[in-house]
Design a protein around this ligand. Structure first.
Ligand code: SF4
Ligand code: SF4
Ligand code: SF4
Length: 283
């Protein structure tokens, strides 16, 4: 990607530029409910109250999503259209179908997605073809001894992998995917979930590996203890900040993320909305 295109994208993207995080908006379209792996900290929910990834009020069809984009870009300063679940963007064919339409109808909006990366290497060309320009890949380990405790299952090419085997395929495909999509000119951010006592001393190794593969930015986010990891502690601010400082010696770190929902839209943290919100006057 040429420098000016890279600069333009990162200048107006709230998730790639801390200075713009509370100035420009993004709209997430919850069109991707299915997931092809199981992370041990994840439960996906349809509800109206929780503020975290993996949550949406409802799942939209591609048609509904296009209508939603057309509506919200008239109401607020939206620069980015993103698919962030509530499952995995690439495990749902609707994602690329949607971006194909958005690319034609609203070519000026930046197209963005987040993925666990399992299908990224296989789908990299298609992702680049629909002009997705930024992608977030969540990488929580590169060492199998650690990774085997984070993921319990992966379904790839019709085959189910469990435990360590699941991690092996996930990790191999994630790193191959990051390398491939970066070479195709898509800007890659890597999210890593900081899990105290498990990968807290390993995030720097992840940083080194993903930088080598072409990632431009990292976002270290605190574990929200749920599901099989409900008894793990939530990292404290100091712990998170120390890890981010260390990672920053290797790769730039994005620090403004507060982990938003799969149906969030508006300017993050400012005029932030999500689908089917109950108006404040109803409380
Ligand atoms: Fe949940 Fe995302 Fe992990 Fe899938 S990849 S299990 S949606 S956290
Ligand atoms: Fe931001 Fe991720 Fe949404 Fe893209 S998919 S707009 S990086 S939150
Ligand atoms: Fe992106 Fe995080 Fe900001 Fe949401 S809170 S828009 S996920 S950087």
């Amino acid at each position: 990607m040429n420098e000016s295109k890279f600069a333009h994208i990162t200048r107006v993207h709230p998730c790639f530029n801390e200075k713009m995080h509370d100035k420009v908006g993004r709209v997430h379209l919850p069109i991707a409910p299915r997931c092809n792996i199981q992370c041990n900290f994840c439960t996906r929910e349809l509800n109206k109250c929780e503020q975290r990834p993996g949550v949406s009020s409802r799942v939209m069809t591609v048609e509904e999503a296009v209508i939603h984009v057309a509506k919200v870009i008239k109401e607020m300063p939206i620069s980015v259209v993103g698919v962030a679940g509530p499952g995995d963007a690439l495990a749902n064919p609707e994602t690329l179908e949607f971006f194909r339409i958005i690319d034609k109808k609203f070519p000026d909006l930046i197209k963005c997605m987040s993925t666990n990366g399992l299908l990224l290497a296989d789908m990299a060309e298609e992702v680049a073809e629909v002009n997705v320009s930024t992608i977030t890949v969540t990488v929580n380990a590169v060492d199998p001894e650690i990774g085997k405790n984070i993921y319990s299952r992966a379904v790839y090419d019709g085959k189910v992998y469990q435990g360590e085997e699941a991690f092996k395929i996930i990790s191999e495909k994630q790193l191959e995917g990051i390398e491939k999509i970066s070479k195709l000119g898509v800007v890659v951010k890597v999210n890593s979930v900081l899990i105290p006592g498990l990968n807290d001393e390993h995030i720097e190794d992840i940083a080194r590996e993903v930088k080598k593969r072409g990632a431009s930015l990292m976002n270290v986010i605190p574990l929200i203890p749920l599901y099989k990891m409900k008894d793990y502690p939530k990292p404290g601010c100091d712990e998170l900040s120390n890890v981010r400082d260390k990672v920053e010696e290797t790769i730039p770190v994005f620090r403004a993320c507060t982990q938003c929902r799969a149906d969030a839209y508006g300017v993050p943290g400012k005029e932030d909305k999500h689908l089917d919100m109950t108006p404040a006057s109803h409380y």
